[in-house]
Write a protein that binds this ligand. Structure first.
Ligand code: NDP
Length: 241
């Protein structure tokens, strides 16, 4: 019987590719999302994967949503913290609200989701937590002080929790995607994308969501137990740590 995996933001973009790849690898998958019901419905029709709506920025909603997933599918053994948003602005124009929204979703969301699941993973002596950070958390990006801070925070969280989980059979790792062809990136002005961003990527193209999903399936596996506190950079050669 496949292990139970929960993917936040698992209905669109990179998260949808992760949900599908985990299902194909034999996991029982639940996909969370925030508000786009139409996309979630289309995703379930296409994949047969059940979807659950709540915001990862809301701790009580996370606890409630997780309890529902566990009642439906069983204890969550693989958690993929993928949900993320951008609210880009140069720092002198960034509003406190833009700062807070990004931190609440992209950083505090990891606490909100992992905290209720963690005790069960400790008791069962098995767990996989995989956090989707970003190249911009590694190198920083102008116009994204909020996002870069949150994504760098995700890496600190990953390394600290890896140390706490190690003797309980729980691994905690991060994946740092470069620029991937999802709606988040397609929202960038086409001229900037073609003239400024793609020329900085040595492989000469955007990444595909499936190329990130591949990293997640690798880290989720039972025989990946010696890999913890690590970061996989999947960025087409754009940045080496
Ligand atoms: P998309 O915008 O394509 O999809 C985002 C998903 O996250 C959607 O399912 C959305 O739900 C969900 N989501 C957003 N906010 C919340 C919330 N508060 N609670 C629950 N779910 C939420 O994003 P991508 O696929 O591009 O990005 C996925 C992850 O990868 C993010 O963490 C992003 O920062 C990271 N990343 C992306 C890169 C890229 O190039 N695309 C590069 C590096 C990192 P709904 O459909 O309801 O809106």
């Amino acid at each position: 019987m496949g292990r139970v995996a929960l993917v936040t933001g698992g209905t669109r973009g990179i998260g949808a590719a992760i949900s599908k790849a985990l299902k194909a690898a034999g996991y029982k998958v639940a996909a969370n999302y925030a508000g786009n019901d139409a996309a979630a419905q289309a995703f379930t029709e296409e994949t047969g994967i059940p979807t659950y709506k709540w915001s990862v920025a809301d701790y009580d909603a996370c606890k409630e949503g997780i309890a529902k997933v566990e009642a439906d599918l069983g204890p969550i053994e693989v958690l993929v913290n993928n949900a993320g948003i951008t609210r880009d602005a140069m720092f002198h124009k960034m509003t406190p609200e833009q700062w807070r929204e990004v931190i609440d979703t992209n950083l505090t969301g990891l606490f909100n989701m992992t905290h209720p699941i963690w005790p069960g993973m400790r008791e069962r002596k098995f767990g996989r937590v995989i956090n989707i950070s970003s190249i911009n958390g590694q190198k920083g990006q102008a116009g994204q002080a909020n996002y870069s801070a949150a994504k760098a925070g995700d890496l600190g969280f990953t390394k600290a929790l890896a140390q706490e989980g190690a003797r309980f059979g729980i691994t905690v790792n991060a994946v740092c995607p470069g620029y991937i062809a999802t709606e988040m990136v397609k929202a960038i002005d086409e001229k900037i994308l073609n003239e400024r961003i793609i020329p900085q990527i040595p492989v000469g193209r955007l990444g595909e969501p499936e190329e990130i999903a591949r990293c997640v399936v690798f880290l989720a596996a039972d025989d990946a137990g010696f890999i913890t506190g690590s970061t996989i950079s999947a960025n087409g050669g754009q940045y080496f740590v």
